[in-house]
Design a binder for this molecule. Structure first.
Ligand code: CP
Length: 303
């Protein structure tokens, strides 16, 4: 494919190819000179219609480490506020001889829509509650780094599964790689179709944590909820928040992940987020190597 729109378009070989390429780029990133000439003369536009810290900066760093030319577009400071459409916006950016578009958008399917209407390679940096493919790739890559392999690992995703593009992309990616996946959260935040994805469902946090090797803790996405869901944040923390007392009471030492941004004291306490069992900042570090790999392979259209 020319694009990376979702994990659903990738098979196991594609994912393993991305990981092997990311291994090489991670070696490069640990050298004193981190830059390679691979994407010289490729121009990439990062267009963000929704806020981001990690994804936006790590795409930009990945592009710069690959020697691409980079332009950044934030919808809030653009002519979108004057009524310009998504297709017009992107076609105007492309008229300036841009080759690739990395896009985050609040609407599910925005990247798929764009890929059908403009002549550029599209990378999905998160589309509403649908997919966040590079996040899932960097998460699975971080599990592989911790354990040597993802196959057979037991991963529980805890929290707001219903509104989470990270959850859907993680489930698809981990299943492709042979992991066992469970979701854990209140019934109101777990979609009815989840069983069809071949994942287990658990509503008791302790049981879920005692089952798993890895717990990926998600935040409650209040910005995607038009009505007030049960439970309240206070109730959510009491039932599904991960704290040190729970972590230390488990039968084995599990690995704790979080895609960020963290709401400290809600889904995870600081002493867990900052503990040696947490690989949260390793995930962020790996994001640059994974995005370098994705852009490099797309530029060669090998994915
Ligand atoms: N994990 C993630 O997508 O973070 P940002 O929203 O800050 O990019």
């Amino acid at each position: 494919t020319r694009h990376l729109l979702g994990i659903k378009d990738l098979n196991r070989n594609d994912i393993e190819k991305i990981f092997e390429t990311a291994d090489n780029f991670k070696t490069v990133l640990n050298r004193p000179i981190k830059k390679v000439p691979s994407l010289r003369d490729v121009t990439i536009a990062n267009i963000f219609f929704e806020n981001s810290t990690r994804t936006r900066l790590s795409f930009e760093l990945a592009e710069k480490r690959l020697s691409a030319d980079v332009v950044n577009f934030a919808a809030s400071s653009s002519s979108v506020s004057k009524g310009e459409t998504l297709i017009d916006t992107v076609n105007n950016i492309l008229a300036m001889k841009v080759d690739m578009v990395v896009m985050r958008h609040p609407y599910a399917g925005a990247g798929i829509f764009l890929s059908k209407h403009v002549n550029a390679q599209i990378v999905n940096a998160g589309d509403g509650a649908h997919e966040h493919p590079t996040q899932a790739l960097l998460d699975a890559f971080s599990i592989r780094e911790r354990y040597g392999d993802v196959e057979g690992k037991k991963v529980v995703i805890v929290g707001d599964i219903l509104h989470s593009r990270v959850a859907l992309s993680n489930i698809l990616c981990l299943k492709q790689l042979g992991a066992e996946v469970m979701v854990c959260g209140p019934t109101t935040l777990i979609p009815k179709y989840i069983g069809s994805l071949g994942v287990k469902v658990e509503h008791d946090l302790r049981k879920a944590l005692n089952w798993c090797d890895v717990a990926n803790m998600l935040r409650i996405q209040l910005e995607r909820q038009d009505i007030k869901y049960f439970p309240s944040l206070r109730e959510y923390t009491m039932m599904f928040g991960l704290n040190k007392q729970i972590l230390d009471s488990l039968d084995k030492e599990i690995t704790v992940m979080h895609p960020g941004p963290i709401n400290r004291g809600v889904e995870i306490t600081s002493d867990v987020a900052d503990s040696k069992q947490s690989i949260i900042l390793d995930q962020v570090e790996n994001g640059v190597a994974i995005r370098m790999a994705v852009l490099y392979l797309l530029a060669g259209q090998q994915v």
